[in-house]
Structure formats: structure tokens, C-alpha cells
Design a protein around this ligand. Structure first.
Ligand code: SF4
Length: 189
């Protein structure tokens, strides 16, 4: 297995272009609130594993954020297990696969949750402002929001990919980790 290892220190910068919006928003929420609810921890944790973040780096990353708002002891008792579980180190020791778009789009997302697909689960205005805030160009933002309104989440996601990479590849996006890999291919040439 020649899989690349992604150092956890690099994900702030990677999240800007190489993370799909669903993961970028989870990353930002974790950094700002120092917490994610269960659905978010699962969706984001498995994605990070999938891009090549090691278990050791993952544990350090979640611990550093969560212990800004809770005692280390609570983190170790209530949260560390699930991170090891995602990596197949606890419980049934299965090698859990990162979620694909279909699974994320069809997820139940409640108030206060940040997981799911922003092209399915965000309000249009919030989405629009977020994309503008990221500095995406007006026409691109409108195209993305139009597709979202029509219910075409994955096409909206492809347009988001093209907008952040300033390209017109029109990839079919069906997995957040595919988004990441295509982006890295493009950026590294
Ligand atoms: Fe994430 Fe897929 Fe939605 Fe894109 S279409 S934001 S990769 S769930």
C-alpha cells in the first residue's frame, strides 16, 4: 500500500481547495467551536482517515480541539474510543469506509448539526453568503446555488470544484475523497 500520509498540520491549508464543501464546513466548525456532534465526527473522521491522516495524528487533532472546551479525562473517556473505532482499533475492528455522497446527502441532519451535504442541507441564502465569503466569483456562486435549488447536489459540488480550482473539468463528484484526490492531482500536476 503506497498510500500518501497527510500530516495533520497541513489540513488547514488543504481544506481551502482540496476539501469538498461538506468537509470544509466541518473543519471550520471544529476549529471555531472546538466540538462536533456525533454525525459530524463520524463523517469528518472517516474522511480524514480516507485522505491519509494517521490514527496518531487524528487523535492528536481531535484532542487538541476538544480539550479547549473540556477536560482531557472527559475527552479520553467519551471521544477517543470513537476515533480509534473509526480506524478499526476498537469494537468489531472493521475497516470502516469513508461515506460517499449518496450516504451523506441522504443523512438525517438536525438543528445544530454540521454534517450532511451543504448542497442539500443548507439554506440557500446561507450557502450563497458562505460561497461569497470564500471569495468565489458572482456568476459561479449563482450557478452553484441554481443547481442546489434544482436539487442537483453533486452537480453543484462539481461546479464548486471548478470554481475553487479555476477550471472547467465538470467532474462527476460522487465521493468526498474523490474530490480530494482529483484536487490534489490538479494542484500537484
Ligand atoms: Fe460533499 Fe458529496 Fe455534497 Fe460534494 S456532493 S459537498 S462531496 S456530500
Amino acid at each position: 500500500d503506497t498510500k500518501v500520509v497527510i500530516p495533520i498540520e497541513s489540513i488547514d491549508s488543504l481544506s481551502v481547495k482540496s476539501f469538498p464543501l461538506c468537509m470544509r464546513q466541518l473543519h471550520e466548525q471544529l476549529r471555531s467551536a472546538h466540538h462536533l456532534k456525533h454525525g459530524g465526527r463520524l463523517q469528518y473522521g472517516l474522511f480524514l482517515k480516507g485522505i491519509g491522516v494517521t490514527l496518531e495524528d487524528s487523535l492528536r487533532f481531535w484532542r487538541e480541539e476538544f480539550t479547549k472546551i473540556m477536560e482531557l479525562d472527559k475527552f479520553e473517556k467519551q471521544y477517543a474510543y470513537n476515533i480509534r473505532y473509526n480506524y478499526g482499533k476498537e469494537g468489531s475492528k472493521k475497516n470502516y469506509a469513508p461515506f460517499n455522497c449518496l450516504k451523506i446527502i441522504n443523512n438525517n441532519v438536525g438543528p445544530g448539526d454540521c454534517h450532511g451535504c451543504p448542497f442539500r442541507h443548507s439554506e440557500f441564502n446561507i450557502l450563497k453568503n458562505k460561497l461569497k465569503g470564500y471569495g468565489l466569483e458572482g456568476q459561479a456562486v449563482n450557478d452553484i446555488v441554481d443547481m442546489t435549488k434544482k436539487g442537483h447536489c453533486q452537480i453543484a459540488c462539481s461546479k464548486y470544484f471548478d470554481a475553487v480550482h479555476n477550471t472547467g473539468l465538470d467532474l462527476g463528484i460522487n465521493h468526498p475523497n474523490q474530490f480530494f484526490e482529483e484536487s490534489q492531482k490538479l494542484l500537484k500536476g
